[in-house]
Design a protein around this ligand. Structure first.
Ligand SMILES: [Zn+2]
Length: 318
């Protein structure tokens, strides 16, 4: 049963609220850092920020008492009803291939104007779209594929680009089930429309896999399901170094409250199981974690804390 019986505010309300009061000293468009590079053994990794999404706080956990959610947001120095989500994509270079993992929001939802900067920020990082040999998509939600639908982008990508995606994900969007989600107004329609358009425009470049696929040496994409049936994570391994890009399997609140149902999860019970399994594994083998919606650059570790987990941010090495 969902405890969330409040109606959700619009995304525009959220953006205006957080911008007007809670985040201070925000500089002009590109004065903020937007990329962070690191090595995983021989593999080059760069986290690039697509921007920030301001979304209703109810998205944090729609199986939770609103007062409990509000208290958590207060602890995070955020308004009681609005959550700021980072939006990260990753570029990986291994074995002569340049792999873009997810592509940000693009221009798919105009009320989220602080997101959609992936292409511009890749350029600022000296990464030419024509140099990308592979795209890996964790899933087909618009904040992960929208950047590939921006006007002119497809023409600038190579004709032999390979787009890797779980077969279960393409199947899901033929007739997607939204009965277990809890999203802001306008989102379900926008998500359906974007996924459909993406599958149509990139059909000839899709390379689907069932459970896992090695995209390049040490770059393994693995289906988890949960968030969406084809949701996948990317495991990087080189020498003794390991890093996992978890996509939407882990959100900020998920360390402390892994059993809170995120509003975008199409199968929230399974998503919670996936989250707990992954966090346990990352805590046990001490590998690095990067995730789409953890604060940029999001490179962190996971520790076990009783029945739940503790987020351990990595040092900013500049
Ligand atoms: Zn997402």
């Amino acid at each position: 049963m969902s405890l969330d019986n409040t109606s959700q505010p619009s995304v525009k309300y959220c953006a205006d609220k957080v911008n007007s009061k809670y985040i201070h000293g925000r500089p002009g468009p590109e004065l903020v850092p937007s990329r962070y590079a690191l090595k995983v053994g021989e593999i080059d990794v760069m986290v690039v920020s697509d921007g920030v999404l301001s979304l209703p706080g109810a998205m944090l956990g729609h199986n939770v008492d609103p007062a409990v959610r509000a208290a958590w947001l207060e602890d995070m120095f955020l308004p009681p009803d609005v959550l700021e989500w980072a939006l990260n994509v990753v570029v990986v270079r291994s074995g002569g291939r340049t792999i873009l993992i997810d592509a940000g929001m693009g221009a798919e939802f105009p009320d989220l104007p602080r997101a959609g900067r992936t292409v511009q920020r890749l350029e600022a990082a000296g990464i030419d779209l024509a140099s990308v040999t592979d795209v890996v998509l964790t899933h087909l939600h618009m904040d992960h594929v929208g950047g590939l639908l921006v006007d002119g982008v497809r023409d600038r990508l190579r004709p032999d680009l390979r787009v890797h995606l779980a077969a279960a994900e393409t199947k899901f969007w033929e007739s997607p089930d939204f009965s277990h989600v809890s999203m802001p107004p306008g989102f379900p329609d926008a998500l359906r429309r974007t996924a459909k358009r993406f599958l149509h425009e990139y059909q000839s470049q899709l390379r689907t896999f069932e459970e896992k696929h090695e995209v390049a040496p040490g770059v393994l994409v693995t289906r988890t399901g949960g968030h969406t049936p084809g949701h996948s994570v990317v495991r990087l391994a080189s020498g003794s170094d390991r890093l996992t890009f978890a996509g939407d399997a882990v959100f900020q609140v998920g360390f402390e409250h892994p059993d809170w149902y995120n509003g975008f999860e199409h199968d929230p019970e399974e998503a919670a199981r996936v989250r707990v399994r992954l966090l346990r594994e990352l805590a046990a083998n001490r590998e690095s974690l990067v995730a789409t919606h953890l604060s940029f650059p999001s490179v962190c570790h996971v520790a076990v804390a009783g029945d739940v987990f503790r987020w351990v941010p990595g040092p900013w090495e500049y």
